[in-house]
Ligand binder design. Structure first.
Ligand SMILES: [Zn+2]
Length: 338
């Protein structure tokens, strides 16, 4: 019998075009690999042709290479971004998904949609007072040296400008999608109010950053996160078993078909990572920053170190929930195995 954890879920033969190019990945559904100026290399936007105009799903960062890819990709499909777009859907608030929404809205005049709660969250994160002090303070509280934390907080800050108007979607709502329709599926963990689109009649899942192949979605506890992101993520993943899906169209990395197999791999990955982190705080109490340095050993940029720390916090938080760890100091935070 094939063991998915050992053999690994294989990528699809669909969507293997180079970054910047567009390919049809299902009837009337096109994937555009929009370049991004971060190590992920590209974000996959999806363009869906329908009787009421084109639906665009996710947008990339707003920068020259991203805009050029949109212009060229749309032209190759005979899609006029100035007149043929019916709506712009954004899966979650991260800048590689939401970044170019304002520009695309300006070009097309089309409405932009996100989950209602994510709209508020986006405005809080990107249109707040711009102060990096609370973000830096949170890094310091979790053991990052002050000079590093202050530099990191400034690096994480961005000048993302949001569309003037964003309209709300509701979880479980059914929307028209091209010639078909799809259900809005709330997918918490990577972002609190991320959603996926499930075209049940065709077995297609637009998975955003909830289920990725080759990389594991970053599940982090951030200062503005809802409590217990990893617990909510694992619950959501487990709940997706048995979903009617034969084509997974993710926000990054290869397209794939075996959703069930990938769910098991991701559950296994977090189980292992919980074990490793538990091991780290078994020898002696440690700050989250120390744990993240031991677990994510590869040399990381400061930007990546913030993600590693947030990911570590999410796992320590779940260990505490499970009664396997305790927070023994609060400033800086220190955890030890229970
Ligand atoms: Zn994301």
């Amino acid at each position: 019998m094939r063991n998915p954890v050992v053999d690994g879920v294989q990528p699809s033969t669909f969507g293997t075009q180079p970054v910047g190019d567009v390919a049809e990945v299902a009837e009337g559904v096109y994937q555009l690999k929009v370049p991004v100026p971060i190590p992920l290399v590209f974000v996959s936007a999806y363009l869906i042709e329908g009787p009421d105009g084109w639906t665009l799903l996710d947008t990339g960062f707003d920068y020259p290479d991203g805009r050029a890819a949109w212009e060229a990709g749309a032209a190759s499909l005979g899609l006029d971004l100035r007149s043929d777009v019916g709506r712009i859907l954004v899966s979650h608030f991260h800048p590689d998904h939401l970044g170019a929404a304002r520009w695309l809205q300006g070009l097309s005049g089309a409405p932009v949609y996100m989950l209602g709660e994510e709209i508020e969250h986006s405005r809080l994160v990107w249109e707040g007072d711009g102060s990096v002090a609370p973000f830096a303070e949170n890094l310091i509280r979790n053991g990052m040296p002050r000079d590093l934390a202050e530099e990191a907080a400034s690096a994480m800050r961005s000048d993302l400008r949001l569309p003037g108007k964003i309209l709300p979607l509701r979880a479980d709502e059914q929307i028209l999608l091209g010639e078909s329709s799809a259900r809005i599926v709330h997918a918490p963990g990577h972002a609190d109010y991320q959603y996926m689109l499930h075209d049940e009649s065709r077995g297609i899942l637009f998975a955003a950053d909830h289920v990725l192949l080759r990389i594991t979605p970053n599940i982090g506890l951030w200062p503005e996160s809802q409590p217990h992101p990893l617990a909510r993520y694992l619950k959501s993943l487990s709940g997706m078993r048995g979903m009617d899906v034969n084509l997974v169209l993710p926000g990054h990395g290869p397209i794939f078909h075996d959703l069930e197999g990938r769910i098991e791999e991701l559950l296994h990955h977090h189980e292992q990572r919980l074990e490793v982190m538990h091991g780290e705080i078994e020898e002696r109490p440690r700050t989250p920053f120390e744990v993240s340095g031991a677990v994510f050993r590869e040399t990381l940029t400061l930007y990546e170190r913030c993600f590693a720390l947030a990911e570590t916090l999410a796992h320590l938080d779940l260990l505490v929930l499970q009664g396997r760890a305790q927070r023994v100091e609060d400033y800086p935070a220190v955890f030890r195995a229970a």
